[in-house]
Design a protein around this ligand. Structure first.
Ligand code: SF4
Ligand code: SF4
Length: 192
């Protein structure tokens, strides 16, 4: 079955975004979105809605989010040299690896081996002094994800791209249980 949605103006667009939650469950409908407003978000949303396999859709949206963040934060904001970000260099102490210091994935001299959306959304104030910090709500196509999935996107630090996609697929209970050892490790560190 085909369904054509016409978006003539910003009000139509807002109303369409509100209905996105329901459109996701139209498993047998092919969406044809005709829009008169310029929006790169809409191109992504329209493609995502026509991917009917849930895992494939999550993977597509995840990779689009990574691209979006990479394009937005074009320049090297943390300016790593000798395993220290510029904030650590200014502090001139023994700390290393910036915000990644506690992550098992970070390797000396090689940087981050994966694409983690949560980490890409987290910059300290000095790093984004001259740029508006992006939040989940600023990326409109993320409305294709549920509130719980957006929560995972925000807080799933220290995970690989593949693990994050798995967390988004299985949902918050799976993610919460998986995060318990990580939380305990951090708590143990704080009290020792
Ligand atoms: S966000 Fe700030 S503290 Fe974290 S690595 Fe970048 S410059 Fe360093
Ligand atoms: S996953 Fe996050 S914390 Fe770990 S190395 Fe990559 S950016 Fe750093």
């Amino acid at each position: 079955m085909n369904r054509t949605i016409i978006i003539n103006n910003k009000n139509d667009y807002k109303s369409f975004l509100r209905k996105l939650f329901f459109y996701k469950y139209y498993h047998f409908t092919n969406f044809n979105i005709k829009n008169k407003i310029k929006s790169s978000n809409l191109i992504i949303i329209s493609k995502a809605l026509n991917i009917k396999n849930r895992r494939d859709r999550i993977t597509y949206l995840y990779d689009q989010t990574v691209n979006y963040l990479n394009n937005y934060y074009k320049e090297d904001l943390c300016k790593f040299t000798d395993d220290k970000c510029f904030v650590q260099k200014q502090r001139n102490d023994n700390s290393k690896f910036g915000c990644c210091f506690d992550c098992k994935l970070v390797k000396s001299g090689k940087g981050c081996p994966t694409s983690n959306v949560s980490c890409k959304l987290l910059y300290c104030k000095p790093a984004i002094k001259n740029i508006k910090k992006l939040k989940i709500k600023d990326i409109e196509f993320l409305r294709c994800f549920s509130i719980f999935q957006r929560f995972i996107l925000k807080f799933d630090f220290y995970s690989t791209r593949e693990q994050m996609i798995k967390d988004l697929y299985f949902g918050p209970i799976y993610w919460f249980i998986r995060s318990i050892p990580k939380g305990l490790r951090l708590l143990f560190k704080i009290h020792n």
